[in-house]
Design a protein around this ligand. Structure first.
Ligand code: TYM
Length: 339
């Protein structure tokens, strides 16, 4: 019996995952899932249709399996309430996306930061990039999901999902559960202000897999010693005092945040330990060693998980997801007089 709201998240699989994806979204999801899956459905899906918006990757199928292994390697406990599925294997996602396209406006999609960033300076931009948030809304609304653990960069899409659901309910009758507001998502995730792991070389920006500079990001597949070196070469500042201040000292603050997350410690405790210290080198050494140990453990767990385990989970998860999603899709089609 599940009595609490559904928790849902997805992660694209175009390439390897960064430490930013892992700490910002995957790890909080694993911790939430382990805490709540006794009385909440926990849906973990691969948005593989979102993965093909800009590139078609021959490795997609293999990366998809790997990305689901990451959850297990990070300690996700499986029970009958935890569901793994691929977006492309649940056709209701695409169908609801189309219907929501008839509810969303060009103006609101034009305002999405991710769309603006990805289309900036390009002569030709795929419609898939523009429509990305509508498919994301469908992913969420099909399952009555309330809590969507994602990094801070995705909050604008959660806001849009809420708006589309409210507009739909208002025009066509109560059909969708409205997801929690970003501030309530943060409270639920217990991650301070929302997590945005920064680019190691340019901490004004988020760590991103699309940045080609190797030293700017840590990949989960990096050799642990290489990852440690990247931390040692991270850009800091010239203030000369360790303080948690993302605005004025984003490089140092990023290191404090990484230190807390990889050790599963409250950020406040890490801040108290280091605040006021002057030697940035000592902090870097400590974070480098924490990241190295974290990656060693993670990679050895990962090697123990088989492809078969993942395909078994997908088989049961996709049966469940199709059942739940089709019930909602039918309600939507009825509201639209399509049935
Ligand atoms: P994706 O694959 O672009 O990002 C996956 C998750 O990683 C988070 N993230 C970060 N968090 C902290 N610091 C960073 N530097 C960083 N970089 C990425 C993202 O916020 C995200 O949570 N649109 C989603 C995929 C998706 C989805 C959904 C999620 C599609 N449909 C429905 C939830 C519900 C995305 O950004 O994936």
């Amino acid at each position: 019996m599940t009595t609490s709201p559904t928790i849902l998240t997805g992660m694209r699989v175009n390439s390897e995952m960064t430490l930013g994806n892992f700490l910002g979204a995957l790890l909080p999801m694993v911790r939430l899932a382990n805490t709540h899956s006794s009385d909440s459905h926990v849906n973990i899906f691969v948005p593989d249709l979102h993965s093909i918006i800009d590139t078609v990757d021959g490795e997609l199928r293999q990366n998809l399996v790997k990305s689901l292994k990451y959850y297990l390697a990070a300690g996700l406990e499986i029970n009958q309430n935890v569901h793994f599925y691929r977006q492309s294997r649940v056709p209701a996602h695409s169908e609801l996306c189309w219907i929501l396209n008839c509810v969303a406006t060009m103006g609101e999609l034009n305002r999405m930061t991710q769309y603006k960033d990805k289309s900036e300076g390009k002569e030709s931009v795929g419609v898939g990039i523009f429509d990305y948030p509508v498919l994301m809304a469908a992913d969420i609304l099909l399952y009555d999901a309330v809590y969507i653990p994602v990094g801070e960069d995705q909050f604008q899409h959660i806001e849009l999902t809420r708006r589309l659901a409210e507009r739909f309910n208002h025009r066509f009758g109560e059909t969708f559960v409205i997801p929690a507001k970003p501030e309530d998502q943060i409270k639920f995730m217990q991650v301070g202000d929302g997590i945005r792991i920064r680019d190691l070389q340019n901490p004004e920006k988020k760590m991103s897999k699309s940045n080609h500079a190797e030293n700017s990001k840590i990949m989960l597949s990096d050799a642990p010693s290489v990852a440690a070196k990247k931390i040692m070469s991270a850009t800091t500042d010239s203030v000369g005092k360790i303080q948690y201040d993302m605005f004025n000292q984003p490089g140092i603050s990023n290191l404090l945040q990484i230190e807390a997350l990889v050790n599963n410690m409250p950020l406040q405790d890490v801040i108290s330990t280091w605040s006021g210290e002057a030697r940035y080198g000592d902090l870097k050494q400590k974070v480098a060693s924490s990241v190295q140990t974290f990656l060693e453990n993670f990679q050895s767990h990962l090697a123990e998980i088989s492809d078969e385990q993942i395909f078994d989970l997908l088989a049961t998860g996709e049966t469940y997801a199709n059942k739940v999603a089709n019930i909602k899709l039918h309600a939507v089609q009825t509201a639209f007089h399509l049935r």
